[in-house]
Design a protein around this ligand. Structure first.
Ligand code: SF4
Length: 279
């Protein structure tokens, strides 16, 4: 049986993108190929908030402090925090999902597989998870990805077959990283990979922005994706893992989206739950 290293498994409201407002089970798996220490920092500077957190001061994942700069889910990939994320077999994960669902079965809730970067090596484990009998009534799945990982042939074929067999839909929510993340353009903007996703599921782009410069970067990236054949919608979402930062630029981001025919994504998890762990 396959295993996944699980950072968080919780039930909440999807706060971002296409399924905003939909009750959802979130499976956050461990590991990422990026660090994104640039978020919330002046251009060219990297946050050291994460680095200053001492793992041995905390007992559980939920005890860890939230950060106002850098990646807001740092504990789901920084190796210093790896012991907070147990390796669970897929049957065990399904049992935990049943416990989370209010009625003990799927009744329109949505499954979000997030990270970290959920399309790293874990692609090999998802068929075991999704193939469990209990998952038959699951309707929709979203992979929240940074758009850098190609689907393996096996997983590509599996998802195509899954969509044909099930009533629901596979979605790729691609948060491609702009220079404000601190990651390099060449590694972060991968039009061919996003075009592969749209062959097997509904795919949209979601750029995290704060300044005019970020919005110009989003326009440039959007052009690159569309020139390669990407046809889905583009969202922009205000930067901000914590409320005080998030609310600084919500209105400007909404106005920028309206001007370009893009969609605005809120971060309902900040408004509703202050972006605490497990939300
Ligand atoms: S890609 Fe996502 S999970 Fe990975 S470091 Fe960046 S923001 Fe965090």
């Amino acid at each position: 049986m396959s295993k996944l290293k699980v950072s968080e498994l919780f039930y909440s409201i999807q706060g971002e993108g296409r399924y905003q407002g939909v009750p959802s089970v979130f499976l956050r798996v461990f590991g990422c190929n990026f660090k994104c220490d640039g978020f919330g920092m002046p251009r060219g500077q990297l946050s050291n908030e994460r680095i200053q957190i001492k793992p041995n001061k905390y007992k559980t994942y939920k005890d860890l402090p939230l950060v106002s700069s850098g990646c807001d889910s740092y504990a789901s990939w920084d190796p210093r925090f790896k012991d907070f994320s147990p390796l669970l077999d897929t049957d065990n994960i399904v049992i935990k999902i049943i416990d989370l669902l209010p009625t003990g079965y799927w009744q329109g809730e949505h499954l979000v597989i997030t990270g970290g970067e959920p399309l790293l090596g874990w692609q090999r484990s998802y068929p075991d998870l999704l193939g469990n009998d209990f998952m038959d009534h699951l309707q929709d799945i979203t992979f929240e990805t940074n758009g850098t990982q190609k689907l393996t042939t096996e997983f590509y074929n599996y998802l195509k077959a899954w969509s044909e067999k099930n009533k629901g839909e596979v979605t790729f929510s691609v948060s491609a990283k702009l220079p404000n993340s601190g990651e390099s353009w060449d590694e972060a903007i991968n039009p061919d990979i996003i075009c592969q996703y749209q062959e097997v599921g509904y795919t949209y782009l979601k750029f995290v922005v704060a300044t005019e410069e970020d919005i110009e970067d989003a326009e440039k990236a959007d052009r690159e994706f569309r020139n390669a054949g990407f046809v889905g919608p583009t969202y922009i979402m205000p930067v901000g893992g914590v409320n005080s930062v998030y609310h600084l630029n919500t209105k400007n981001v909404a106005l920028a989206a309206m001007k370009r025919g893009w969609r605005y994504s809120a971060r309902l998890q900040c408004d509703l739950f202050k972006n605490e762990w497990g939300t």
